[in-house]
Design a protein around this ligand. Sequence first.
Ligand code: HEC
Length: 484
Amino acid sequence: MRWFSLLLFVPLLGMGSISTAQDNRKEELQPIPTVDLKRNAPVEYNTDIAPIFENKCFVCHSGKQTEGDFDISSYEKLMKGGRKRGTKVVVPGKAEESFLFLSCARRIRPIMPPKTEPPLTPQELTLLKLWIDQGAKAPTTTRVRARVVVGLPPALVKPVRAVAVGPDGKQIIASRGNQIHIYVAEKKQEAGKKEVLDWVYQRSLVDPNVKWPDGKPAGAAHVSLVESLAISPDGKMLASGSFQEVILWELASGQIRQRLTGFTDRVTALAFSGEGKYLATGGGPPSEEGELKLFDTASGQLITEIKNAHSDTVFALAFSPDGKYLASGAADKFVKVFEVPSGKFVKSFEGHTHHVMGVGWTPDGKRLISGSADNIVKVWDFDKGEKIRDMPGHQKQITALMMVGKTPQFLTVSGDATARLWNADNGATIRQFSGAGDFLYAVGVSSDGAVVATGCEDGLVRLYDGKTGTLVKTLAPAEAAPPK
Ligand code: HEC
């Protein structure tokens, strides 16, 4: 048996490496053999290949770490190759000419992964070879894998970080920790009284692949905290943003429609375009990069990645009413506007002295509104690129801003525990929504302005009558807690 395997490896090693003087090196470079997998189905990138890269290459070739300028976190990036070998990394149809295969097989130097890390198994190597020989085809499935919740169970983290209200005001969606809870309006009739609407917990959105370390389902939507939510204009789809991923859910069924990946960090902002054709995502690693991308909602395809959109995390996004522009606000204090779908930079608005946490457009598309952690709302003339007015009022940082349907009115929430309804035309505060005793993070509103919901540090969603400012109901997390 020993003889057999030695014979097998001799031609691969080349003559020099069998000399006794190089015994150590020969040991290191023992090539990994391929095996007969007896496989009929074509090798599929997401199912067969991506998990190998994730386990054995991601530490050095994804996120902030890209050794040799080689990023293996997505198919597109992989096919670009790295600094030195470029398109020689994967030569479709020819594993024997691909640096990726040869280095993983330990047949050329540098070997991958380096000898300090666990090597590929013969099975993994064979899958890699087959995949390249079969043409190195792009993924044909949506990535599904078991994802384990580690560290502090985010189920115990209660603050409501994101809220979305259905356009008709009949659905309220809130994120707490890594969970997403849906509340719906039901008709309620008490004897002798007129029929009223009551909001009750309906269900949680659950990704069945998210598990606790013991393998039990975590009943969660994402592995990490849910940072952002957006509901499609027709009220049928919900986008949720978390660390390095966005999920598009079908609200009627609670099913996952698309999973978008390839983000470098948290996804902290989401916005659908007016007809729901595009989904814009914002985020990025703090103090490094503002990541801004545009996806086709139906297919989940990336349309545009706006490079260097901001120099820090993006927290706010809004499409212009005519759909031609996308406005963004970020931790770099700027409000910027880009063309849709090209991503071409149009102009930027400078004046805030802290993170920009919310942006919006007036219905005529002529003015931009921004709310900031500097406590101030600003209204800007889009064409002239100038500020029209400052709107002070909040005592602490503004954390979110939301336009009310097709009106010049908008809502803000703040660390000062209040929500406010404003008018962009004259700068007036129309009303305040009080009753929260703690920091507010999120706000949502129905398109007619009648249903207003806020998300608070204390874990409560407060539901207000938008026309009067009256607190209608508080939606507590206990009602929504899934079975552990
Ligand atoms: C411990 C860190 C580490 C791990 C893990 C690792 N690599 Fe590398 N990789 C490097 C370094 C360092 C370089 C740059 C070396 C060079 O180009 O000479 C590199 C370069 C590469 C390149 C060359 C890119 C180019 O065009 O020059 C490829 C391809 C590659 N690695 C593939 C992989 C694959 C596939 C895996 C997982 C199976 C992997 N690496 C795991 C550190 C690592």
